[in-house]
Design a binder for this molecule. Structure first.
Ligand code: GBH
Length: 489
């Protein structure tokens, strides 16, 4: 596409913006703009240069029918070979941050740290150096769901020994890359990891119900805190970086606004999702409402113990305070009302019914993604009040469509969600320091395959060269980064 077509698309996009932004706020100086990716979703080269087998490799090869279109990430965007093009795209956005993840099985094929794979370490050195050479800061996710299969055979995240393995892995990453990487995310969306153990939503594709669900969460919190303390003890003085964990959360809004019982249900839903991981880290231990309700549910069925494991006093202290900033992944909002839901996406222990029945909420091609920018605004204020206004980076936020280049709905989404962010900053004094869009490239969308596109850059998966084409939203996002405003030109 020519540069003129691009400009034309942007002009059209800006003219057709549906929402009128009443007040023209600007993003503060130094606000961190960027885009995000994940290793398994973009790299390909699944068995190249000594890489070992991860739980995703195992799942897509042994049960291809579990992926909507029978596809896999064997080649994906081929970023393993084309990373320079990806970095150039971040550079072209004028974004200062590139968030990507490291594939554990490239660093150590079985996950065990006495058997490192030098070629995997070299790859990430090349990528990090390329990022820095372009005056971009790397933000590195250590774990975005691709556990080494060998560690899964030991029980994966349901085995607390995984916290030790993760700590050793983190040590190798800090030692090799920490001289240049100053922003670390230990784990991406621990709650989704848990769903891979409880309800076959991701690899390892197990159905261990609540037992597997809460155990996997418990181990990840311990793993995260061990990595954090290791950094403090061995690396922080010298490397001076920052660490957090990306917690994903819908915003649950009371279905019948003023009904106390629905308000309580929405609050419970928020505590069972975001609070599950944020409360231990920012306040100490699991949210009291979660402890009470899960324990009671277990008693009711006659179980002598609670599926929600308990931390020791010492563990509570180790986990509390183990984040230098709040990293939030947010896409959408739900309504919640009191009741028992059969919807597997709602935690039955919390007794809320989740729904998206508000006709004013624009939809997308995925049932779960509605455009509710006011939900983000409310969530940011909720986090400010609940956790004492920590510095916060939105580490993911994104919209899905069918892959069109002239992606006006995505522009609308980004614009309205950034507007909500600006309102939270200026009207509510929320301490928000960055926004990282999910995702740079159309990619392998886990069990949904290749039919669902979140990228601001299109990738032609029918062409072995995997050519990239920036979409209208890419140019729109660039104009926001350049002007620090939503309608500046
Ligand atoms: C992100 O997770 C991931 O980090 C990223 O890898 C992925 O590509 C991106 O989303 C797009 O899907 O539980 O009822 O809401 C976002 C969290 C988890 C939200 C699964 C949607 C499905 C149905 N997502 N969830 S529901």
């Amino acid at each position: 596409m020519s540069i003129y077509t691009h400009k034309f698309l942007v002009v059209i996009a800006i003219l057709t913006m549906t929402s009128d932004l009443s007040i023209e706020y600007s993003f503060p100086d130094g606000f961190m703009f960027g885009a995000s990716t994940a290793a398994y979703q973009i790299e390909g080269a699944w068995n190249e240069d000594g890489k070992g087998e991860s739980i995703w490799d195992r799942l897509v090869h042994s049960r291809p029918e579990s992926v909507a279109d029978g596809s896999n990430g064997d080649i994906a965007c081929d970023s393993y070979h084309k990373y320079k093009e990806d970095v150039a795209l971040i550079k072209g956005l004028n974004a200062k941050f590139y968030r990507f993840s490291i594939s554990w099985t490239r660093i150590a094929p079985t996950g065990e740290m006495h058997k490192l794979n030098p070629k995997g370490i070299e790859y990430y050195n090349r990528l990090i150096n390329e990022v820095l050479a372009n005056n971009i800061e790397p933000m590195v996710t250590m774990y975005h769901w691709d556990l080494p299969q060998y560690l899964q055979d030991l029980g994966g995240w349901t085995n607390s020994i995984m916290a030790n393995y993760f700590e050793e892995y983190a040590k190798v990453l800090f030692s090799n890359f920490g001289d240049r990487v100053k922003w670390w995310i230990t784990i991406n969306e621990p709650m989704q990891t848990c769903r891979g153990y409880s309800m076959q939503m991701y690899a390892p594709y197990l159905k261990l119900d609540k037992t597997g669900y809460y155990l996997a969460g418990h181990t990840q919190l311990l793993a995260h805190s061990k990595a954090y303390h290791l950094y403090n003890e061995m690396f922080r003085d010298k490397q001076k970086g920052k660490i957090s964990i990306s917690i994903n959360a819908n915003m649950y809004l009371s279905k019948n606004g003023s009904s106390k019982i629905d308000q309580d249900a929405a609050e419970r839903a928020n505590q069972f999702e975001l609070g599950w991981f944020a409360h231990p880290i920012f306040k100490g231990d699991y949210p009291p409402v979660m402890r009470q309700w899960v324990d009671r549910k277990n008693k009711e069925i006659g179980r002598a113990w609670s599926t929600l494991p308990k931390f020791t006093e010492e563990e509570i202290k180790l986990i509390h305070g183990s984040a230098d900033f709040f990293a939030l992944n947010h896409y959408t909002s739900w309504h919640a009302s009191h009741g028992k839901d059969l919807n597997p996406y709602c935690n039955s222990d919390a007794e809320y019914i989740g729904s998206f029945d508000d006709e004013t909420w624009m939809g997308s091609i995925l049932f779960w993604l509605k455009v509710v920018p006011e939900g983000l605004h409310k969530l940011l204020v909720w986090i400010k009040n609940e956790y004492n206004n920590p510095p916060l980076i939105i580490t993911e936020n994104g919209f899905v469509d069918d892959g069109r280049i002239n992606d006006l709905d995505r522009i609308h989404y980004i614009k309205t969600y950034l507007n909500a962010t600006l309102q939270a900053i200026h009207e509510d004094k929320c301490n928000i320091i960055g926004y990282i869009y999910w995702t740079l490239l159309d990619n392998f969308e886990w069990l949904d395959g290749y039919g669902y596109h979140f990228g601001i850059v299109s990738v032609d998966f029918n062409d072995s060269k995997r050519p990239r084409t920036p979409k209208a939203s890419y140019h729109f996002f660039k104009s926001v980064i350049d002007t620090k405003k939503l309608d500046g030109q």
